[in-house]
Design a protein around this ligand. Structure first.
Ligand SMILES: *Cc1c(COP(=O)(O)O)cnc(C)c1O
Length: 379
């Protein structure tokens, strides 16, 4: 089976992790801040807060921005459930903005229309979470301008997009957002097994996320109401244990050495798919002129109502295709919150046609030809 995605682990990665096991610190040592600094320097953000998953990063990002009971978070329906669950964790309400039919990212036109209606109705969102689907940035300048106009905060779910570009700079530099989130799950572009990071240029948000990932406890005297002595720490908010371990950080730090090569290979494979699949009746990924995708995923859309049969044929042929994503509002849990089929027509039309085909740095040209041949047969 050729999977749709998989990690790439080198001997240097293995050595880096093993070295931690004989060092003084398995957690809360020097490698976590070193990994944070490496990612921040690479993408051009001032701060990085490493945590045990992107889901945790989304949660503490929402908390740091003050989301709570009575609050409102909007995101795209075409995403992993974590992008909206973070709002529910905070006791806020969640709603969705339909996708752009070309990029499959949150539609700026739909967002603008929904904001106008929300302003008239007197309930604007507190936070909007654009998701950079497949590694292609959303139109962040437009979303940032709407944030200014309507007074909401922006968390980029960049789980797919480390190494991608928007308007000539790296995704994650937070040029048009408050916080950007990366995931280091093994199918993503660089991995720490489980792990995530929140990027920000705001020192205050960085400080908040720093104590929220560790029980809401601080040793920073500037944040405490008082001190009883040199042993003193203080719990100043209700936080969690979302810390990343030293083994994870060592793996991430070692992987960062190959980020550019990983993304370059993914982009090369994507260009090859563009050519090798051009003769088939498929819709291939659209590349917006302002972006350079990191190509976490290569998503095709089928055009002839043969979605399920092609998916099944590819799986039977040893091609580990997947579907990213079942629209979140169609999940039973979200249906119980009141969402209905028909609420987000572009997302649902996408769901009826989309398939992710194998794409990862270690995919060989021969593997890719096997995927192309299987698709030709299936069609
Ligand atoms: C993978 C993913 C997440 C969650 O990442 P974890 O690190 O597994 O918690 C969130 N959002 C999107 C869009 C993702 O693809």
């Amino acid at each position: 089976m050729i999977p749709y995605g998989r990690q790439d682990i080198s001997q240097a990665d293995i050595d880096a992790v093993i070295e931690v096991l004989t060092s003084d610190y398995l957690t809360q040592g020097p490698r976590v801040p070193a990994f944070e600094a490496a990612v921040a320097a690479h993408v051009g953000a001032k701060h990085g807060i490493a945590v045990n998953s992107a889901t945790s990063a989304l949660h503490i990002a929402c908390m740091a921005l003050g989301l709570g009971q009575g609050g409102l978070l909007w995101t795209s329906p075409v995403t992993f459930v974590a992008s909206s669950n973070c709002g529910l964790y905070c006791g806020a309400d969640v709603d969705f903005v339909d996708i752009d039919p070309a990029t499959y990212n949150m539609s700026v036109a739909a967002l603008t229309a929904k904001l106008q209606a929300a302003e008239a109705a007197g309930r604007l969102p507190d936070i909007v979470v654009p998701v950079h689907l497949a590694g292609q940035s959303c139109d962040m300048a437009a979303i940032g301008a709407l944030a200014q106009r309507y007074g909401f905060r922006v968390i980029e779910d960049a789980s797919h997009a480390i190494g991608g570009h928007y308007n000539g700079t790296f995704v994650g530099d937070c040029a048009h957002s408050d916080i950007a989130i990366f995931s280091f799950h093994p199918v993503k572009i660089v991995t720490t097994a489980e792990g995530g990071m929140a990027m920000t240029n705001d020192a205050d948000l960085a400080q908040k996320m720093d104590y929220l990932r560790s029980h809401g406890v601080t040793r920073n005297p500037d944040l405490m109401s008082h001190s009883d002595g040199p042993w003193y720490y203080q719990m100043i908010d209700l936080g969690y244990n979302y810390r990343m371990t030293e083994m994870q950080a060592a793996l991430g730090l070692s992987q960062m050495d190959r980020l550019d090569a990983f993304v370059a290979r993914r982009q090369e494979l994507a260009r090859q798919y563009d050519v090798k699949l051009a003769h088939l009746s498929l819709t291939l990924p659209h590349q917006d002129h302002a972006t350079k995708s990191a190509f976490h995923l290569y998503i095709i859309r089928l055009q002839n109502g043969n979605h399920k049969s092609v998916f099944e044929a590819l799986r039977a042929d040893g091609i580990g295709v997947n579907l990213h994503y079942i629209p979140v509002h169609l999940q039973p849990y979200y249906q119980r919150l009141g969402f209905r089929a028909g609420d987000f027509p572009q997302a649902e039309a996408y769901y009826a046609e989309a398939i992710s085909i194998p794409l990862y740095a270690g995919l060989t040209d021969a593997d890719q030809d096997q995927v192309v041949a299987a698709l030709e047969r299936a069609l």
